[in-house]
Write a protein that binds this ligand. Structure first.
Ligand code: SF4
Ligand code: FES
Length: 584
């Protein structure tokens, strides 16, 4: 730690910290545009100029490291003159279109101009005009407003891992764009809207629909993947207007994925079901709730009386809430049936009795960043859990060996140390090769139950390299992803993943399907376990699909889109006597 003084206040600052970081920690405000604590330092806007004793001219606080005994003034005459000068330069070309700018009310430039700007501009020449860029359906551009802070450029390069935006031209001719005009494709692209300190990049779906001070905020958890990003849902008069990230360093830091940000547009979609409906013959009829509930009770009772409770089942979405999942299983079990399952994309259930209480990550999300080695099995993390992929990207940037065994050649946003692309029936053999190599390295005997899988293997250099990385790791993870869970030989796959983790001393974890798979297991939304884990005996979803049901509850499920066997699932539903679908 070093001792410095800012505006006469003695402060202890971290060695190597920049003046702006020390000031932020002490609650002292220094204006800034290009600086963002999650991005590298560009020091190109000069808005953060401060006076430093013994320095001949003002210095940028974001790029000036603290030194012991340093004396800084952020509001001295010299500092203010420098900040006002920068503001005047920035406003030379910035349009005065705040009344029609979506950023109005939450614009860093607007706020800074209020604090450091002048009443009138001394500049009378025409302002420059920059053609807008078409970045696709999510991000609206007004590039004349851009102040070239390059936050959006650095976000792509450093966080999203895809450099889609960049700066072309020099001096007054600098433009931010995609070089060749095209849609941005990052799963996290919407974060540039929050990062942009002006109204150059704004949300297209939210465009011209409201002002921030009209909205009410509610905190929420994103429902699209198992990361559980913290979000803020903004509403106006009962209507969802937009979704923003809620900062949580342990989960999503300051980011959210695009689906978490923009999926709200479906909330008020025209195809939403707004009233209960019942189908009689081929006709759908809108009814009130008592009629619908009575109809459902009557239908279920009919099936129960004629075919027995074993012919009633429930398929529930792994993205349902804990309360929904608990109540769904309670309903089924009250009817005398244990036929409930949320593992809709799973094909193999043979090892379910020895499965852990719930699929967990095996470490915290933040700890993914500090792993030395990670083996991803059937995980397209970038698409499945973009925020977890961001953590892995940071680990890779820090020198970790991230490796993948999958059935498709996934496009990761970081370099893999090793990659195996296998046929769907070849994944188990590849894992066996890695396990065999690990057993040989560590001089461990193959466990009896897996001896057959580990015999007569062709252990290749890639298997050996993966085994060595995992074996050498002080903190490693073996992660089973969404696509692995749909493998036909899941039992063998899990047994080998478990063996690899155990022999290498790494943590076995899951990056599962849905937002709440863990909750579904704990709530008893599986046929073989009650809430809390006691055993029960019901039919898994594969059995229900293949052998059929007479009555079926669907909770947040579209059989032809959400199951591992879409055609059969649809056929099973069509063949059932009675179906109750609870969808939003
Ligand atoms: S578009 Fe916004 S974030 Fe990007 S450089 Fe311009 S002002 Fe900065
Ligand atoms: S914030 Fe320091 S130079 Fe931009």
């Amino acid at each position: 730690m070093v001792n410095i003084e800012i505006n006469g206040i003695p402060i202890q600052a971290r060695d190597g910290a920049m003046v702006i970081e020390a000031a932020d920690e002490a609650g002292i405000v220094i204006p800034r545009f290009c600086y963002h604590r999650k991005l590298s330092i560009a020091a190109n806007c000069r808005m953060c100029l401060v006076e430093v004793e013994k320095a001949p001219k003002p210095l940028p606080a974001c790029a000036t490291p603290v030194t012991d005994g340093m004396v800084v003034y952020t509001r001295s005459e010299k500092a203010l003159e420098a900040q006002k000068g920068v503001m005047e330069f920035l406003l030379i070309n910035h349009p005065l279109d705040c009344p029609i700018c979506d950023q109005g009310g939450e614009c860093e430039l607007q706020d800074m101009a209020m604090g450091f700007g002048k009443d009138a501009s001394r500049y009378t020449e025409p302002k420059r005009v920059v053609p807008d860029k078409d970045l696709g359906p999510l991000i609206a551009t007004d590039m004349t407003r851009c102040i070239h802070c390059t936050r959006c450029v650095r976000f792509g390069r450093e966080i999203a891992g895809i450099m889609e935006l960049g700066a072309t031209g020099r001096g007054e001719h600098v433009e931010i764009g995609t070089y060749v005009e095209r849609t941005v494709s990052s799963e996290m692209s919407g974060n540039v809207i929050d990062l942009c300190p002006v109204g150059a990049l704004t949300s297209k779906p939210y465009r011209y629909t409201g002002r921030p001070w009209e909205n009410q905020q509610a905190f929420a958890v994103a429902p699209h993947d198992c990361v559980g990003s913290n979000t803020i849902i903004e509403t106006r008069r009962g209507r969802v207007m937009r979704v923003l990230p809620q900062e949580n360093e342990a989960i999503n830091e300051t980011w959210i994925s695009d689906r978490d940000r923009f999926a709200y547009t479906a909330v008020h979609g025209e195809t939403r079901l707004e009233h209960p409906m019942i189908k009689q013959g081929d006709e759908w009829k809108e009814v009130d709730w008592p009629t619908a509930l009575e109809y459902a009770v009557e239908g279920i009772r009919r099936v129960s009386d004629s075919a027995g409770a074993a012919q009633i089942g429930a398929w529930v979405s792994p993205s349902s809430t804990l309360e929904e999942l608990y109540l769904a299983q309670k309903l089924m079990r009250s009817l005398g049936s244990h036929n409930i399952d949320h593992r809709l994309r799973q094909l193999d259930f043979r090892d379910q009795d020895i499965a852990p209480a719930a699929p967990v990550l095996g470490c915290t999300l933040a700890e993914l960043e500090t792993r030395d080695a990670v083996l991803l099995i059937g995980s397209f993390t970038r698409k499945d859990q973009p925020l977890a992929a961001n953590r892995l990207r940071k680990a890779a940037a820090g020198g970790a060996s991230i490796m993948s065994v999958s059935t498709l050649d996934y496009d990761f946003t970081f370099d893999l140390a090793e990659r195996i692309v296998a046929s769907p029936t070849g994944v188990v053999r590849e894992l066996a090769g890695i396990a065999r190599a690990l057993l040989d390295i560590s001089g461990t005997a193959a466990p009896e139950g897996l001896a057959v899988l580990l015999e007569n293997l062709d252990v290749r250099d890639t298997h050996l390299a993966i085994a060595k990385h995992l074996h050498a790791a002080e903190q490693g993870s073996v992660l089973i992803g969404v696509h692995a869970m749909g493998q036909g030989e899941l039992a063998e796959l899990r047994a080998l993943a478990n063996l690899i983790a155990r022999v290498s001393g790494t943590a076995l974890g899951y990056l599962p399907d849905g937002a709440n798979s863990t909750g579904a297991w704990l709530a008893g939304a599986v046929p073989h376990r009650l809430p809390g884990g006691a055993a029960s005996a019901g039919r898994d979803v594969g059995n229900m699909i293949n052998d059929g049901l007479r009555a079926c509850f669907l909770l947040g499920v579209e059989p032809e889109f959400d199951t591992a066997q879409p055609a059969r699932a649809r056929a099973a539903i069509e063949a059932a006597d009675f179906v109750v679908a609870m969808n939003s």
